[in-house]
Design a protein. Structure first.
Length: 256
């Protein structure tokens, strides 16, 4: 059963204050890991941390408020881990953002900001985490990508570009860091029921379009992404690396 447990492991989760990030934290805690949550909204982060700690009193849940689009604040996260004298076994790059425009309407600062948060933050966190992860014989990184990095889904060109770059980062690091005992994988969600998707899904016509393109006929739940992330963190997936696993109800496989 130890292949299906994370006892004694420490996971750093970005974007952990709500939605998919909070669900990932709950899933990993349930499997025995201690978690370190990072997000920009200090109040929401603190509330989520308290709720997770109450639900898992035997585990350690700590949080640090930081805007991961800022390189200096990314460095502060690892100063915090140093102050905690923390080891690190798992990194989940979940933080991300978007601003939807027609391709010709993006201001340079807008598309650069999307790449900073969705790609460069993940790359930087991976690099900073590498020495800690390499201390252990079996550690893992899971990047939360998107089906928009694999096909067109009306999220705007820049978001799709950024997620495609994150998927390629996953493949490259999986090869480069295999000798260090670090597995690197990604999950690619389709529509998941979160606060961020609530506005789009509240439009009944748009919702019907989404469902019509989803073979399973429903929107996903954060916990369903979290369970896929958890599998890629577990020793049970020890021969899986460089994979980009769609969590999409079959969306990417739908023919016409």
């Amino acid at each position: 059963m130890s292949r299906w447990r994370l006892d004694g492991q420490v996971a750093l989760i970005s974007g952990g204050s709500a939605g998919i990030g909070a669900a990932i934290a709950a899933e990993l805690l349930g499997l025995g890991a201690d978690v370190r949550l990072v997000a920009r909204d200090e109040d929401a982060l603190g509330q989520t941390c308290d709720e997770l700690q109450d639900a898992h009193p035997e585990r350690e849940v700590l949080s640090f408020a930081a805007d991961l689009a800022d390189a200096e604040q990314r460095a502060e996260v690892f100063d915090w881990l140093d102050d905690l004298d923390d080891t690190l076994h798992l990194l989940v790059n979940n933080v991300g953002g978007n601003s939807v425009h027609a391709a010709v309407d993006y201001a340079p600062e807008d598309w650069r900001a999307i790449f900073e948060l969705n790609v460069f933050a993940a790359f930087d966190l991976c690099r900073r985490a590498h020495p800690r992860l390499a201390e252990h014989p079996a550690s893992a990184i899971v990047n939360v990508g998107s089906v928009s990095g694999a096909t067109h889904v009306r999220t705007g060109a820049v978001y799709g570009m950024s997620k495609a770059a994150l998927h390629q980062l996953t493949r490259n690091l999986a090869c480069e860091w295999a000798d260090d005992g670090i597995r690197v994988n990604a999950v690619l969600p389709w529509y998941i029921r979160t606060r961020r998707t609530s506005t789009a899904l509240a439009d009944p016509d748009y919702y019907d379009e989404v469902i019509a393109r989803t073979p399973m006929g429903r929107v996903g739940e954060p916990e369903e992404v979290a369970s896929a992330v958890a599998f890629l963190c577990l020793p049970a997936s020890s021969y899986v690396t460089g994979e980009c696993l769609a969590v999409d109800g079959g969306f990417l496989r739908y023919g016409f």
